[in-house]
Design a protein around this ligand. Structure first.
Ligand SMILES: Nc1ncnc2c1ncn2[C@@H]1O[C@H](COP(=O)(O)OP(=O)(O)O)[C@@H](O)[C@H]1O
Ligand SMILES: [Mg+2]
Length: 328
């Protein structure tokens, strides 16, 4: 049985194709990762599945309910954690969840219990009477997960749940997410642009510019890269890439300042590459393929590039603002 079925879904915004003819299924009780850089179409897809946005064409079903024809039944059967936080900072953790339980018609008889169970699940029971305004970013995210499961949905949508969190909080949030299918009986649909996080998903789809460019389990996708990946730094990248490409059985591509060489057996190939390039080589490292390598191989770019760019832009904007402010 599938918790989510998407068939040839598209969404156009005045000429811009945000989602471009995508199809996929998510089996019940699994964790599905929807991976892609900023602007790939992840949030738009979630919004369609949650019945917030209407597709331009195609079909989608959630828990067997048609997103276009039965939006109310879809909504009753799902939980959502939006990309931007939507907690009420002036209420306590407990109040935020209670308010939500009332909105979702959780019966008065079990309401308190459900709220307390959800708070315990994310380890925030002891902080239930604190105002959300005092919570750290990681705690807020956990509270949002708790809120999204209070009414016992069958599918939980998490849109970039770990964005902006420090590595430790990301890890701790993940520890709760991976327990959701078994302990809460929900299917998890989550988006992220952190490729490494998706390793724990049962299946993933990689989306770029509105199109799904690969899908499968993390292991299946990594197999597509081949064996290992060797990264080389050299004094002359252009000449080195030419030499590697001319060498039988090798391919090479420049990624940032490193040459990326997918090979079957890394340890055997390193001596061969060094012999080929001589003292042009300034550093060598080998990696088992990661989901990041899958993305690089499929698109020719790193998934974090855009993110880096936008944080650089943000820093520049803040600097410009400060300069103006200082001048008075
Ligand atoms: N309401 C909207 N109107 C116009 N364009 C939109 C709207 N929502 C999203 N887009 C565009 O659709 C594309 C996909 O956006 P989105 O789904 O938010 O991507 P992601 O969540 O992967 O970062 C982007 O180019 C974005 O600017
Ligand atoms: Mg988004």
């Amino acid at each position: 049985m599938y918790a989510i079925e998407v068939d040839r879904l598209s969404k156009h915004y005045n000429g811009l194709v945000a989602v471009d003819d995508i199809s996929f299924q998510v089996p019940e009780g699994s964790i599905f990762g929807f991976l892609g850089p900023n602007g790939a179409g992840k949030t738009t897809t979630i919004n369609i599945l949650c019945t917030i946005v209407k597709p331009t064409s195609g079909n989608a079903k959630v828990n067997g309910f048609d997103c276009l024809k039965e939006p109310d039944r879809v909504r009753q059967s799902i939980g959502i954690v939006f990309q931007d936080t939507t907690l009420d900072k002036d209420l306590t953790a407990y109040e935020n969840l209670l308010y939500h339980a009332i909105l979702y018609n959780v019966s008065r008889r079990v309401r308190r219990q459900k709220v307390e169970d959800a708070l315990r699940f994310v380890d925030l029971f002891d902080r239930r009477d604190d105002f959300v305004r005092r919570f750290s970013g990681g705690m807020k995210r956990r509270l949002e997960v708790a809120r999204a499961i209070v009414h016992q949905p069958k599918v939980l949508f998490l849109d970039e749940p770990t964005i902006g969190l420090d590595p430790q909080s990301r890890k701790s949030l993940w520890d709760f997410i991976i327990r959701l299918p078994e302990e809460q009986g929900v299917t998890v649909f989550m988006t992220t642009h952190y490729m490494d996080e998706a390793e724990v998903c049962h299946s993933i789809a990689i989306i770029d510019k509105g199109k799904i460019i690969a899908a499968g389990s993390p292991a299946e996708l990594k197999k597509q890269v081949g064996g290992d990946v060797i990264y080389l730094k050299t004094t002359d990248n252009q000449e080195s890439i030419r030499l590697i490409r001319n060498h039988k059985g090798f391919d090479a591509e420049l990624k940032d300042d490193e040459i990326f060489v997918p090979v079957t057996k890394g340890d055997a190939c390193i001596p061969e590459l060094i012999k080929l390039l001589g003292d042009r080589v300034t550093s060598v490292r080998m990696q088992r393929p990661t989901l990041n390598d899958v993305f690089i191989k499929l698109t020719g770019k790193k998934i974090r590039e855009e993110v880096q760019d936008s944080s650089d832009q943000l820093r520049e904007a803040i600097r410009a603002y400060r300069r103006r402010f200082d001048r008075g």
